[in-house]
Design a binder for this molecule. Structure first.
Ligand SMILES: Nc1ncnc2c1ncn2[C@@H]1O[C@H](COP(=O)(O)OP(=O)(O)OP(=O)(O)O)[C@@H](O)[C@H]1O
Ligand code: SF4
Ligand SMILES: [Mg+2]
Length: 288
């Protein structure tokens, strides 16, 4: 399925030099990336790197694109005093009960009729996540943003939900922007990855190349730290000491220098140059 608005070769989403500031805090600095029609793109980085702010800006900056957003915590995103079916009706008026039950069924819910008539508190975390996905699909999106869609879920459900998003994307032709802490989740699932640190993209490229040969020390650390699939998603990263600084105090030069095992004097003084290696782009004073 292809949108009539999409011209051949033109990205569905193109972000150029995005900057978001709140007073002295600049949590997003000079971000550029694109999502092709039907593309599968990831943004990966630790908590506080600016991933969600970047993704949320797409609504404002791309009003012409139908975007559905699956939020981090389905229990907080669903309306607790409205039954699931009614919430999906609100998303797209004109859908019949049968069509909504069918959407719920397509997300793998075993008892879609019951879910249709249930309040969120009567459902498990996994069922709520599937209901959120059904609600997103009801909007017939050209782009589905899945912002850490697995955080609240157990391990088996995590994998199932990501597989579900994959198969629904293949079925409907929608593009997917996956936002996650876990570089391991993008392997085999996404085509292109943007690694974000301190409000900037520090490395980007085709997933296979970046995973096989990560060039930026932050990407290398994230890859080593790929949590075992049963570790808590917000656990500290064993291979990268320290945490992401707050956005009103980004370090000088390369913002990663206080945590980088390869940092030299120049790293704290000067912003690193952007380097290209085939389709991979990274920003570091060292390494090729
Ligand atoms: N409205 C706001 N005013 C000031 N600072 C904000 C605002 N919204 C977000 N921030 C800050 O911007 C930074 C980036 O936030 P963002 O939610 O984009 O991070 P994230 O990468 O999605 O993190 P997580 O993985 O925890 O969801 C954080 O330090 C956050 O506290
Ligand atoms: S520029 Fe320096 S501090 Fe930054 S990632 Fe490269 S080596 Fe590390
Ligand atoms: Mg976030």
């Amino acid at each position: 399925m292809k949108s009539e608005k999409v011209e051949e070769g033109k990205p569905l989403i193109e972000v150029k030099g995005l900057r978001i500031a709140f007073g002295d805090a600049v949590p997003v600095r000079n971000i550029s990336f694109s999502v092709p029609p039907h593309g599968r793109v990831a943004i990966v980085g630790e908590s506080g790197c600016g991933k969600s702010l970047t993704a949320l800006s797409l609504f404002k900056d791309h009003p012409e694109v139908r975007i559905a957003y699956i939020f981090q915590n389905p229990m907080e995103s669903l309306n607790p005093v409205m039954k699931i079916g009614a919430q999906i009706h609100e998303t797209r008026k004109g859908l019949s009960r049968e069509e909504i039950v069918d959407l719920l069924r397509r997300t793998g819910l075993e008892d879609p009729e019951r879910v249709y008539g249930s309040y969120p508190c009567r459902l498990s975390g996994g069922q709520c996540q599937r209901a959120m996905i059904a609600m997103a699909l009801a909007a017939k999106p050209e782009l589905l943003v899945a912002d850490e869609p697995t955080t609240a879920l157990d391990v088996t459900t995590q994998r199932e939900v990501l597989e579900l998003i994959d198969s629904l994307a293949a079925e409907t032709g929608m593009a997917v922007l996956l936002i996650t802490h876990n570089l391991g989740l993008v392997a085999g699932r996404m085509d292109f990855v943007n690694v974000m640190y301190a409000g900037e993209i520090v490395e980007s490229g085709p997933v296979q190349e970046v995973l096989a040969h990560p060039r930026h020390p932050y990407t290398q650390g994230l890859l080593k730290a790929v949590p075992a699939l049963d570790a808590p998603m917000d656990a500290p990263l064993a291979d990268i000491p320290g945490t992401v600084p707050p956005p009103d105090a980004w370090p000088s030069g390369c913002a990663f220098h206080p945590r980088c095992p390869f940092a030299t004097d120049v790293c704290s003084r000067e912003a690193p140059p952007t380097k290209w290696c085939g389709e991979v782009r990274f920003a570091c004073h060292h390494g090729d």
